[in-house]
Ligand binder design. Structure first.
Ligand code: NAD
Length: 502
């Protein structure tokens, strides 16, 4: 019988009662390995109630003690990193080392959260007027919610709950229904680390669960990461309720390559960032923009043999460099984009649709070979849309300005990179390109945990980024206190707005 997953509410595992389930696959073999329960409104409300009950005690716990819980959580997850990465890899399909990286990048946010007493500090100014001091305090919001995508089932929940909990909030996470086992385990480990029950809850589910989190007045803020249509939906719903919301959406990142770039480095970067995790990363580089036809021809000449050597296979096989896509439906969607690219007149240089996994027991996995298109143009739909698979599109540019205009005008603005040895050009690109996160000779410029993460344009809605100091601002409200000491000073009744004197 297929294993049934659960919710994690009030510090314990709770079986789903809605009667609705969704299959969790092992994408490497194509087999169903578990069933995710899809929560009803009542079940989500019970998670919100558990978080609400836990809030008074947790928010009153000194920040330094909350930081100690984060330190213990860091140790527990580090000790279990390989086991978590194995589960993650088996549900998502990314290779084991990449799955370890998924856990590690989340832990780096927890490391930042261990310093929360420092970041919760407000400001103080004495004697702003005679005998009057002003100070500010950062206060947690209350119950907050996080809704996460399938592609980073460890890192993205940790982006959210690491900061939210450290700031004194309590939380309900609604992970992707496609690979929920790691977020469920992380919540257990948080309670084991010393967070009181109810501080972190996980409900599995779909639209019904998300709508409940948007509409329930006890939820004060929503963090979302996923595709752009759903990010917009969550953002609009939260705004209509007067809630704080940060909603990160899809991406189509461009790697601009100038003729003076180190081409060995460029080809390594393209192979790793376009095909790592089978292209299912919001910071992948699925578009290469070489400047000049000579450079473009040379890059294609070098990419083709490297793509032929790419080791595609079961995600837990140590020899695999690229695993399958997350589901058959997603693989078929990516294939439909390859068909679209052909119809639109792009040149299909390497066709990944021919790939077959021959490893015994893995013949029915959701594999797709690495695919390369050349002569892609900006008017093509397959260029404008996010494909989110192992498909690299080359758009040739005549010069630097034309190259920079491509990511700048694209509807998405999550990340972009430039590869060059020219410092002037790199500096100008970083300064002027209309995209939120830039890499210079770095293919996947995900900012370190003590910065903050977030793209521009249709890649993010809401004005505060994930994690780092922006994350602390998102999960706290600033209270300002104006006080007069000693109490003996009598100003008498004043009928004008208080000033420091005319
Ligand atoms: P998705 O939008 O399908 O799902 C994200 C979350 O929304 C899931 O928890 C899902 O259950 C929920 N959801 C799905 N349909 C819904 C609906 N109709 N109503 C309410 N909730 C719904 O995204 P995904 O396929 O899980 O993840 C891939 C996407 O995430 C890509 O577009 C990728 O670019 C994006 N992503 C963006 C970032 C970023 O920081 N910008 C990071 C990672 C992934």
């Amino acid at each position: 019988m297929t294993r049934e997953l659960h919710h994690f509410i009030g510090g314990r595992q709770v079986a789903g009662t809605s009667g609705r389930f969704l299959d969790v696959f092992n994408p490497s073999s194509g087999e169903v390995q578990a069933k995710t329960p899809l929560a009803s409104r009542d079940e989500v409300e019970s998670a919100i109630a558990a978080a609400e009950k836990a809030f008074p005690e947790w928010s009153a716990t000194p920040a330094v003690k909350r930081a100690r819980v984060m330190f213990r959580f860091l140790e527990l997850v580090t000790a279990e990193k390989d086991a978590l990465a194995t589960v993650l890899s088996s549900e998502h399909g990314k290779v084991f080392e990449d799955a370890r990286g998924d856990v590690q990048r989340g832990l780096e946010v927890i490391e930042f959260a261990c310093g929360i007493p420092h970041f919760m500090k407000g400001e103080f100014a004495d004697n702003v007027a005679t005998g009057i001091d002003v100070y500010s305090m950062r206060k947690p919001l209350g119950v907050v919610a996080g809704i996460t995508p399938f592609n980073f089932p460890a890192m993205i929940p940790m982006w959210m709950f690491g900061i939210a909990l450290a700031c004194g909030n309590t939380m309900v996470i609604k992970p992707s229904e496609k690979d929920p086992s790691v977020p469920l385990r992380l919540a257990e480990l948080m309670i084991e680390a010393g967070a009181p029950e109810g501080v972190l809850n996980v409900v599995n589910g779909d639209k019904e669960a998300v709508d409940t989190l948007i509409e329930d007045p006890r939820v004060k803020a929503l963090a979302f990461v996923g595709s752009t249509p759903i990010a917009k939906y969550v953002y609009a719903g939260a705004a209509a309720q007067g809630k704080r919301c940060q909603a990160m959406g899809g991406a189509k990142n461009h790697m601009v390559i100038l003729p003076d770039a180190d081409l060995d480095q460029v080809v390594d970067a393209l192979i790793g960032s376009a095909f790592g995790s089978a292209g299912e990363r919001c910071m992948a580089n699925p578009v290469a923009v070489p400047v000049g036809d000579e450079l473009a021809d040379e890059i294609v000449r070098r990419l083709v043999p490297r793509m032929a050597e790419l080791k595609i296979g079961p995600s837990l096989d140590p020899a695999s460099e690229m695993g399958p896509l997350v589901t058959a439906a997603h693989r078929d969607r990516v294939i439909s984009y390859i068909e679209m690219g052909v119809k639109e007149g792009a040149k299909l240089v390497v066709d990944g649709r021919d790939f077959r996994c021959t490893a015994q027991g893995y013949e029915n996995g959701f594999y797709l070979g690495a695919t390369l298109f050349d002569h892609v143009t900006p008017d093509m739909q397959s260029y404008q849309d996010e494909i989110f698979g192992p498909v690299l599109q080359i758009v040739r540019a005549k010069n630097f300005e034309e190259a920079m205009a491509l990511p700048s005008k694209h509807r998405y603005g999550n990340g972009t990179s430039i590869f060059t040895r020219d410092g002037d050009a790199a500096r100008e690109y970083a300064d002027k390109v209309n995209v939120g996160q830039v890499g210079i000779n770095v293919p996947i410029p995900v900012p370190a945990s003590f910065f903050s993460f977030g793209g521009w344009k249709d890649s993010a809605f809401g004005d505060l980024n994930q994690y780092g100091t922006e994350g602390v601002r998102f999960y706290t409200e600033l209270k300002k206190v104006t006080s007069r000491w000693p109490t003996g000073i009598r100003a008498g009744a004043e009928f004008h707005i208080p000033t420091t004197g005319q």
